[in-house]
Design a binder for this molecule. Structure first.
Ligand code: NAD
Length: 254
């Protein structure tokens, strides 16, 4: 866990993709900070592991099985969460996938899956959270974009398009919902060690290229991301909205 403390006692957080990687680490960090956390994932087994870890650390959470590419399922899930907790203060949208293909090979099916989960899923989860937060006149939406929200990389045309979409709709929602005291930001990590990237780093040439591009010369860890998410979830970031917060070890600065 990062050596960074915020007090989120009494707050309710929703985290998508909470079964693994960045979403799991965010759910644990939010629960450690005192928030009650609603976990969303497509994998019941993975969510159960996150739930067990939160409970063993003395935290509080509930789990909701939901495919975030299905808008009706998102709306049902958010309704169930608000029925249970009565409010939603923080929403972290981390569910995401990639299918690596060069531009000339991208299939319609792969494009639709990537966009359906990463862009459409994050948008409609933001919408479901935003509708509740607008009524509350308070809320913080944190979308996990990517350094590839702003730069390209080989075999990732659909992925980069989906993450660019996240950064762009984040700005529009930030503007539309600012009058309601709802902030919306994108966190943009570079490559982070998670189950998502583990198979990628078996390719030594690829790993060396990634490390060479990161100024700090290492692959990130999930807790390089959770500190930024806790900051954006806390009142320390009340004047931050519509931002793309780079957590990329300097990749995009140079
Ligand atoms: P991960 O694969 O470790 O975890 C993703 C989780 O999302 C899994 O538990 C999975 O079951 C869940 N999920 C997948 N499809 C879903 C769906 N349709 N509905 C609900 N849940 C679904 O991935 P990660 O590395 O933790 O990545 C999390 C987010 O961070 C993604 O949006 C990813 O694009 C982004 N990101 C990751 C990295 C990285 O290097 N790991 C870098 C930048 C951005």
């Amino acid at each position: 866990m990062p050596n960074f403390k915020v007090d989120l006692s009494g707050q309710v957080a929703v985290v998508t993709g909470a079964g693994n990687g960045i979403g799991k680490a965010c759910a644990i960090a939010l629960a450690d900070s005192g928030a009650q956390v609603a976990l969303i994932d497509i994998s019941q087994a993975a969510m159960e592991q996150t739930q067990a870890e939160i409970t063993s650390r003395g935290g509080s959470c509930t789990a909701y099985l939901c495919d975030v590419s299905n808008v009706a399922a998102i709306n049902e899930t958010y309704q169930a969460i608000v029925d249970y907790y009565g409010r939603i203060d923080i929403a972290v949208n981390s569910a995401g996938i990639n299918i690596q293909q060069r531009g000339e090979e991208v299939t319609e099916e792969a494009w639709d899956r990537i966009m359906g989960i990463n862009a459409k899923g994050a948008f409609f989860c933001s919408q479901a959270a935003g509708r509740i937060m607008i009524k509350q006149r308070k809320g913080k939406i944190i979308n996990i974009g990517s350094a590839m929200s702003v730069v390209g990389y080989v075999k990732r045309s659909a992925y980069c398009a989906s993450k660019g979409a996240v950064a762009q709709f984040t700005k529009v929602l930030a503007g539309e919902w600012a009058p309601y005291n709802v902030t919306v930001n994108t966190v943009a990590p570079t490559f982070i060690n998670t189950p998502f990237t583990e198979p990628m780093f078996k390719d030594a040439e690829f790993k060396a290229d990634v490390e060479r591009r990161i100024l700090l010369n290492r692959i990130g860890e999930v807790d390089d991301v959770t500190g930024t998410v806790l900051y954006l979830a806390s009142d320390a970031s009340d004047f931050v909205t519509g931002s793309i917060v780079m957590v990329d070890g300097g990749w995009t600065a140079w």
